[in-house]
Unconditional design. Sequence first.
Length: 209
Amino acid sequence: MIRYLLRRRSIIAAAAFGILLLTGCAETSPTRFYTLSKVDGPETAPASVAANRLAVAVGPVALPQYLDRPQVVRRSGPNTFQVAGFDSWGEPLEDMFPRIVAQNLSSLLATDRVFVIPRRRFPTVDYQVEIEVLRFDADVGGDAVLVARWEIFDGEGRQLRLDKTTVSEPVMGSVAGEDYEPVVAAMSATLAAFSEQLAQTIVSLRRGS
């Protein structure tokens, strides 16, 4: 009986110690949350574009299914992904991606009339940008890459431009470790370059109208 009690106490003590270890590990590895950043200011918009009160709608935006998760995803090989354990987006990418594109276009085109759709009431716009994202991640030990097909329509729904963009930006610092901040910074840079191409296309369409 005494041996049974001692053995039971040992098992309970070992289980309690294991729980403490797990708790300690959880406390030393808190989840880090990230957000994409927008461009700092206007770079391409002429004053004539802003003076015309240009209105642009962004959306719908479709992202690939592998990005439908809170964790940051990196590409570890041609056919493999690496999902971060403690590094997550502060909000779903399906919401953040179009919002940052809209903020970028607002800065680049010098207009505050850039809207993300779908929304409850569809505003009257000059152009609508639809985007299908094919890839948006960073290679382990390499660059951040954004590949997207996009279309621009006029306010009447007529297609004005159909194109595909591939943008890559180097990840500054080591991406083999656990530091995801440079990864997110590089992804933001690809989104900024993509937004600038959209803005330049809208400006050229505006001048040609």
